[in-house]
Design a binder for this molecule. Structure first.
Ligand code: PMP
Length: 350
């Protein structure tokens, strides 16, 4: 740390993203990317604007907001596109949380929440998941703090039902509830249908997983017009051109190809079911996943050992060192052939 680094960031422990190694032929199952490329239309739309990069992107992101509104069944003024959903999550911490509006989230969840809280000097509380890694919604009923819940949760993959989400939102009318739906398309129920009913609800989603665009960095929030206006104030006070032109058009193109996305989703869900069955056959406990990853622990080998043996064999999964989950690995669902390879490698080393 230099002597110039502001004291306000003393103690800030930054987020550690999953590795992006440059090893050839690696089977990469560590960061929940889609194994499928963006659709042809998505690629074409992005390449059409390459010759216009001398200009700034549209700060209102109209083409994208209008298309998103159409696909989601909301008004364009109820959507805000951002540089990945990480950015809308950070905006939410900046816009709605402070000393008198602290944040609360589970102890095992997306690792960026505590970092955003620390970065913005926001007090926060981490509520332990139950022994079986589910969220006890009673912990959040009328808690009177701003709530951040990933649904499905990460890295567990376990989802709450829409009725449970609604109970939490309804019981905290004076606080913001952020439902982070990065993985919702892989089998959970979206809370977007509740935004007109609850002015305290913000739903965030991303193009990084189901829409094959992790490298383009595109996410968005959906909420009442008032909340979106607040988030816009933060956006225009940080980076009005937060979504670059290529990404904006790629995202628009992807949304024109819903059938492509739906087919990819079907395939990933079916490969997930295959992977779960095979892992269970080999002695793993696998949490019930509604995401494009599974969280699994072996009956005899440690999480670290499974991780290392896979890595030696050119397969990269995500291992966390936090005590409660160190026996587990989070395994992204890739192509069927990749998962078959992983299963045969595991079969060999056990
Ligand atoms: N929420 C959760 C639960 C995630 O796992 C991720 C991916 N790391 C994100 C949000 C952010 O994804 P992105 O910024 O790529 O949209």
């Amino acid at each position: 740390m230099s002597r110039f680094f502001s004291g306000k960031h003393k103690g800030l422990v930054s987020y550690t993203p999953g590795e992006q190694p440059k090893i050839e032929n690696l089977i990469k199952l560590n960061t929940n990317e889609s194994p499928f490329p963006p659709s042809k239309k998505g690629q074409e739309e992005a390449s059409k604007v390459l010759g216009k990069l001398n200009l700034y992107s549209d700060p209102e992101a109209s083409i994208l907001h209008n298309k998103l509104a159409e696909v989601l069944g909301v008004k364009a003024s109820q959507v805000l596109a951002t540089n990945g959903s990480d950015e809308i999550l950070n905006f939410a911490f900046m816009a709605f949380c402070d000393e008198s509006h602290p944040a609360v989230f589970p102890d095992i969840t997306y690792g960026f929440y505590p970092v955003f809280a620390q970065l913005n000097n926001i007090p926060y509380e981490e509520i332990p998941l139950k022994e079986n890694f589910t969220i006890d919604i009673k912990d959040y009923i009328g808690i009177n703090k701003n709530i951040f819940i990933a649904n499905p949760n990460a890295p567990t993959g376990i989802a709450l039902g829409l009725d449970e989400i609604e109970e939490i939102v309804k019981s905290n009318p004076d606080n913001i509830v952020v439902i982070d739906e990065a993985y919702v398309d892989f089998g959970a129920e979206s809370a977007v249908c509740l935004i007109d009913k609850y002015p305290n609800l913000l739903v965030t989603q991303t193009f990084s997983k189901s829409r094959s665009m992790a490298g383009a960095r595109l996410g968005y929030g959906v909420a009442s017009e008032e909340l979106i206006a607040d988030l816009n104030t933060i956006k225009y006070s940080t980076n009005p051109y937060n979504v670059n032109m290529m990404t904006m058009f790629a995202g628009y193109g992807m949304l024109c190809d819903e059938e492509y996305t739906q087919n990819n989703l079907k395939e990933i869900i079916s490969v997930r079911e295959y992977t779960v069955a095979e892992l269970e056959r080999l002695g793993f406990t696998v949490l019930s996943s509604k995401a494009n990853f599974v969280f699994a622990k072996h009956c005899a080998l440690s999480g670290e050992e499974v991780y290392s043996r896979l890595r030696e064999n050119g397969i990269l999964v995500r291992h966390f060192t936090k005590d409660r989950i160190k026996d587990y690995n989070r395994i992204t669902i890739g192509r069927k052939a990749d998962m078959e390879k992983m299963i045969s490698v595991i079969e060999n080393f056990i």
